[in-house]
Design a protein around this ligand. Structure first.
Ligand SMILES: Cc1cc2nc3c(=O)[nH]c(=O)nc-3n(C[C@H](O)[C@H](O)[C@H](O)COP(=O)(O)OP(=O)(O)OC[C@H]3O[C@@H](n4cnc5c(N)ncnc54)[C@H](O)[C@@H]3O)c2cc1C
Length: 342
């Protein structure tokens, strides 16, 4: 690794931002690139206007995050203090003893659920403030240039700048092809990690007609294994939310995978019918989103991967058990590996 040149981090989701923040704090020069119009990746919020041009918003990726690790707890406390995250205490429909993703939660000691404030993108926007971020820059290839790297992007062609190291903080199926020609062992880790899709429907209700349901959120398929809805939530019940009443419906990973190529209208109709069976009224309007890589079926649990000789690495939720917490910790893990090799 050439430690005098800046480090490029591809992906401004929570893993990339966590890694970039740690490296910058250690005195390194980092440049972050993302293909989207802003940071935050799957910690995302959709905004729009509904009936009579009234505004609505809805978190359509990560719904909340938990913080078990002491380091992440400290980070979340920092976000809360900065006003970009807060506890969410929904009226929750869940089995009395949840067994979700292998984690047990007793009703005696309920899990603390945090959300971005006033929307799920807020922590990423907070983290990115002191960082150099280039958006709308889709990295298509990494090119070796003597002892450093240049980036080929769809929008800007080959970068003028050279980088001492390149760290990919993107989902496994997107990381694998970028490493194919460079480091086949890393490409194989990505290619062997299966990520699953998620069909998500955002519902908007007229301000005068909020939905009368006895809960704010429900782990539907955990209560009824035959139900195609995995999770539903009243987004408006989260702290700091304004605008029209809005709900999010997420199909289970199994149903989503089986129907990932289906027509958007037929998916919406099926999810709305399932919601109706739970007492959910038809909305004034809806918006659907298909996530191709929502979660990881089985994580390699490496924390992150770093090759000091080539100066390339990767981090992300999929390398560290999934979820927002796993992604943030993966970014820290990679930063420690990079710093240890300088
Ligand atoms: C529907 C859904 C529900 C979820 N629910 C929860 C939940 O309730 N709790 C929880 O903890 N987690 C949840 N998650 C998972 C959580 O969102 C992720 O674990 C976490 O946000 C992943 O962060 P990351 O930084 O690893 O990846 P990402 O957030 O995916 O960030 C990767 C970034 O890389 C960019 N990128 C990709 N390819 C390129 C390229 N070639 N060039 C440039 N940029 C690129 C993308 O635009 C993106 O911004 C959910 C996810 C989804 C989709």
């Amino acid at each position: 690794m050439n430690s005098t040149s800046p480090i490029a981090i591809i992906g401004a989701g929570i893993a990339g931002l966590s890694c970039a923040t740690a490296l910058q704090h250690a005195g390194l020069n980092v440049c972050v690139f993302d293909k989207s119009r802003g940071p935050s990746g799957r910690m995302s919020t959709r905004r729009g206007t509904g009936d009579g041009d009234a505004a609505w918003q809805c978190d359509h990726g990560a719904q909340y995050f938990t913080a078990q690790d002491p380091g992440f707890r400290q980070e979340v406390a920092r976000w809360c203090e900065a006003g970009v995250a807060a506890l969410w205490t929904p009226k929750l429909w869940a089995p009395p003893l949840e067994i979700l993703n292998g984690e047990r939660e007793s009703s005696a000691a309920p899990k603390q659920r945090f959300v971005g404030l006033p929307r799920m993108t807020a922590p990423a926007n907070f983290l990115v403030e002191p960082l150099a971020l280039t958006t709308q820059c889709t990295i298509k290839a990494l090119q070796r240039d003597a002892d450093s790297w240049r980036l080929l992007s769809a929008e800007n062609g080959l970068s003028g700048a050279s980088f001492g190291a390149v760290l990919l903080a993107i989902p496994a199926p997107q990381a694998a092809p970028l490493f194919a020609e460079i480091l086949p062992s890393f490409a194989a880790i990505g290619a062997n990690t299966k990520m699953r899709g998620s069909w998500t429907l955002m519902l908007q209700y007229a301000a005068a007609l909020p939905l009368a349901l006895p809960f704010d959120a429900a782990f539907v398929s955990a209560l009824d294994p035959d139900n195609i809805l995995g999770w539903i939530a009243r987004d408006s019940s989260k702290p700091g939310r304004t605008g029209l009443e809005s709900w999010v419906l997420q199909a289970t990973p199994e149903w989503s995978e089986a129907h990932i190529e289906d027509d958007i209208n037929s998916v919406a109709a099926t999810l709305l019918t399932a919601f109706g069976q739970l007492g959910g009224r038809h909305p004034q309007s809806w918006t659907a989103h298909r996530w191709r890589y929502a979660d990881t079926e089985s994580s390699p649990q490496l924390g992150s991967a770093w090759n000091a000789e080539s100066g390339v690495g990767m981090c992300g939720d999929w390398l560290n058990g999934g979820k927002v917490e796993g992604a943030w910790l993966s970014g820290q893990h990679l930063a420690r590996q990079v710093l240890a090799s300088i």
